[in-house]
Design a protein around this ligand. Sequence first.
Ligand code: SAM
Length: 304
Amino acid sequence: MNHPAPSFGSRRSGRSGRSGEARAREARATSGVAASLRALDVRPSRRLGQNFLTDPRVAERIAAAASGEDAILEIGPGLGALTERIAASGRPFVAVELDLRLAEHVESLLRPYPNARVVRGDILEQRLESLLPGSGPVTVVANLPYAITSPAIEWIVNQGPRVTRAILMTQREVAQRLAAKPGTKEYGGFSVFVALHAETRVEFRVSPGAFHPRPDVDSIVFTLTPRPYPGSSAEERAAVERLSRAATGGRRKTLANSLGHGLGMGADAARALLERAGIDPGRRAETLSVDDWLRVARAEGAAR
Ligand code: SAM
């Protein structure tokens, strides 16, 4: 898929602009999901980020984006909106679901597919080698639960080179933070972390009407392709993570103050480090690009 990146403006779903047919389709899909939840005695949990996808066209587009030869790991299959479409491809498939009633439901959906299985549990406590033994490439697919969006993305990039890509749906604000440019209000430690370890590409936008219950904001589907930041070593990337994390939480402070405080070294030592790196200590942490942070990491490494 190669759709142009939408601008992240504050587009609401535009209820009034939709045709009667679109509204009727949405109502049918929503009532199907609501009926399944009632039958399973599941009340959607906010804590587990349970906004279930009701629009089959969106599910189709996500499944198409995940096509290929890789084994598939799905995080949080829920009622299985994406699951069967992907498992039917015959590739090795595992879905990890924390809600036991939903896990059981998905297990019954997957019974006809010997290539597929469900693991009950928290994705953040799993190891890829146990979920999909072997060394083959893996694509991760998820409509991510809101509460674990950042840790789940961190988990994905920490699984190493077997994960070739992830097709992920998140609330718009998360996608904005992922793709944010230095100096913008969305840019922060998470943006630096993701840029260090992956490339991201927006695929398409999904309106709140495609889910039950209906969230307040749009969602974005994007592809995340893990890769080391060009020209950096593993040690440098680890140092950038440590330094940029240390400097967060001080959005109004100068870099010398926030870094000095975060590293416990004091503002004067931080100022000296930044000057050695050729970075103005009076800047704010949220204006530093990954290249800027790499300069700080290298200056720190050279002083050891
Ligand atoms: N994939 C389904 C869909 O698109 O309709 C459900 C998506 S819903 C946004 C998120 C799902 O993740 C829920 O089924 C929820 O129970 C599950 N979940 C929440 N936290 C989880 C965790 N830590 N590990 C695995 N699954 C989790």
